[in-house]
Design a binder for this molecule. Structure first.
Ligand code: HXC
Length: 257
């Protein structure tokens, strides 16, 4: 039995963390299941992935506090690395990933959402990084990704205070792209995923890579990365068909790659 399920809906893959009784908290087993599901995604047949949590209360309420409570320093570090390695796999998946945040996204849950390219939140979503109230730092990338996502000053405030951020504030901070009613969350996430999936897959992947890789280097190096990836799109069927159709004033055929 797996605590993480996967469903292929056309070009869109839906990953669901499914342990609602524990508010989808991430223990080693759930993390292992998540890794197996992510590793198994057929990225050639999938143009966008959605990650969500089962139930109506939580996306993910954090790393499992009961499991962490007895860890040694070395085990704590290893647990952090386990989560970080998986979240990095999600962040660097060749195709875009949307977090459909259906409730609490606390600690590791907020960190998982931030490993995704785009976040859509339900109206009942609550974000926070409560770690310092538990005697630890954020450990699945929160100190790094929150600052990159909403800016250093606000990230430091949220990490130092553990303040909860409700959906409208998350929207104002740029932590999420949209806030929608809970009952339409998955429909809205699917609509966005399908809109992405209608575009040229090679170009979408190259765009994700250019942004992600570019964020790690200087602007000049980032521009060089873009030039390479831009060039790599030429002579592809997608590029040739789409541009020929535009020039001929014809409706372009759907992308096939
Ligand atoms: C383990 C958790 C959990 C968690 C909830 N549960 N969050 N178990 N780890 N992070 C369990 C509860 O123990 C309970 O189990 C069940 O889920 C339902 O939760 P309740 O607390 O009864 O629900 P409620 O009163 O509605 O409160 C919801 C809540 C609260 C506000 C989300 O559960 C909460 O504060 N959870 C902890 C949130 C947190 O601090 N997360 C950050 C963790 S640190 P039982 O068996 O009693 O029904 C972290 C570090 C990441 O994420 C990096 C690590 C390297």
């Amino acid at each position: 039995m797996s605590y993480v399920t996967y469903e292929q809906r056309g070009f869109v893959g839906v990953v669901t963390i499914d342990k609602p009784k524990a508010l989808n908290a991430l223990n080693s087993e759930v993390l292992g299941d998540l890794e197996k599901v992510v590793d198994a995604i057929d990225v050639d047949a999938t143009r966008c992935v959605i990650i969500t949590g089962a139930g109506e209360k939580a996306f993910v309420a954090g790393a499992d506090i009961a499991e962490m409570s007895g860890l040694t320093k070395a085990e704590g570090k290893a647990f952090g690395k386990k989560g970080n390695d998986i979240f990095r796999k999600i962040e660097t998946l060749p195709v875009p990933v949307i977090a459909a945040v259906n409730g609490f996204a606390l600690g590791g849950g907020c960190e998982l959402a931030m490993s995704c390219d785009i976040r859509i939140a339900s109206e009942n979503a609550v974000f926070a990084q409560p770690e310092v109230s538990l005697g630890i730092t954020a450990g699945f990338g929160g100190t790094q990704r929150l600052a990159r996502t909403i800016g250093v000053g606000k990230a430091k405030e949220l990490l130092y205070t553990t303040s909860k951020v409700k959906a409208p504030e998350a929207l104002a901070l740029g932590l999420v792209n949209y806030v929608v009613p809970l009952e339409s969350l998955m429909d809205e996430a699917m609509k966005l995923a399908e809109k992405i999936a209608r575009n040229a897959p090679i170009a979408v992947r190259a765009t994700k890579k250019a942004i992600n890789d570019g964020l790690q280097v200087s602007i000049d190096e980032g521009i060089a990365i873009e030039e390479e990836l831009f060039g790599s799109c030429f002579e592809t069927q997608d590029q040739q068909n789409a541009m020929k159709a535009f020039v001929a004033k014809e409706k372009p055929a759907p992308f096939e790659n």
